[in-house]
Ligand binder design. Structure first.
Ligand code: DGL
Length: 261
């Protein structure tokens, strides 16, 4: 039985939270992971820049043999998913639709809060996807979370303080009952955020929802462990060190790639 080769793309190591979920939920595939670490962050860049960077990355993955693509970067999906998907010849899945599906399924009050990068919030991609599913969304940019996660401050008092400031007043007693993590880095803050939002609030991680969407498309398997190869545009040592936190396992086989800018 042939195993599908899935390319997973993100602006950096954050998308390894999506690969992590894929490895657990879809062990019947092999993977290529591309982290555009030299050009991160995407979250504060323009639509044109993000589209150009993301297209070069997914085209690279297609050239390496990827038979389907998961665009794990929320910002790239929010700003340019259609352009990215139409630049390649294999099917592509983004993280916003699965995240919105899971958020809508979880919310009883049909009101949700989405936290994400500035780019994702200003595109209103999550708000629009949730509106289509009957959910009213409040979107909040949390730009400090990405550097705090990169720093490894996952359970730090500064991060907790920042989270309180960002989320203050968003969950009043009759308000939203669902928090959607609309950025690849935020799943690592889930335990901390759990202590900041009221217990009745369900926290949705689009990494898990995206992996579940891929699993629905793929059946079968030969029982072998997935093979994973990694590509990064900046230091492979740095990618390995930072990435192991996100992937929760050893990272080997990182190849440095220089893409035209
Ligand atoms: N990968 C980005 C996202 O999910 C976060 C990091 C960045 O700003 O590039 O939105």
């Amino acid at each position: 039985m042939t195993r599908p080769l899935i390319g997973v793309f993100d602006s950096g190591v954050g998308g390894l939270t999506v690969l992590n979920a894929l490895l657990r939920q879809v062990s019947t595939a092999d993977y290529l992971y591309f982290g555009d670490t030299a050009r991160l962050p995407y979250g504060s860049k323009s639509v044109e820049t993000v589209a150009k960077y993301a297209i070069s990355a997914v085209q690279f993955l297609e050239q390496q043999g990827a038979e389907r693509l998961v665009v794990a970067c929320n910002t790239a999906c929010a700003l340019a998913f259609q352009r990215i998907a139409s630049s390649i010849h294999v099917p592509a899945l983004g993280v916003i639709e699965p995240g919105a599906d899971a958020g809508a399924a979880a919310s009883h009050t049909k009101r949700a809060v989405v936290i994400a990068t500035e780019g994702t919030v200003s595109s209103h991609a999550y708000r629009d996807a949730l509106t289509e599913r009957g959910v009213t969304a409040v979107e909040k940019a949390c730009p400090l979370f990405v550097p705090l996660v990169e720093e490894g401050w996952l359970d730090h008092e500064v991060t907790r303080h920042v989270a309180h400031i960002y989320l203050e007043g968003l969950f009043d007693s009759h308000g939203p009952d669902t928090l959607i993590l609309g950025c690849t880095h935020y799943p690592l803050l889930k335990p901390l955020l759990r202590t900041v939002v009221p217990p009745r609030v369900c926290i949705i991680d689009s990494a898990e929802a995206t992996a579940a969407a891929v699993r629905r498309d793929l059946a079968g398997g030969d029982g072998r462990r997935p093979n994973v190869r990694f590509f990064a545009t900046d230091s492979i040592e740095k990618f390995r060190r930072a990435g192991e936190k996100f992937l929760e396992r050893d990272i080997k086989d990182v190849v440095h790639v220089d893409l035209e800018t």
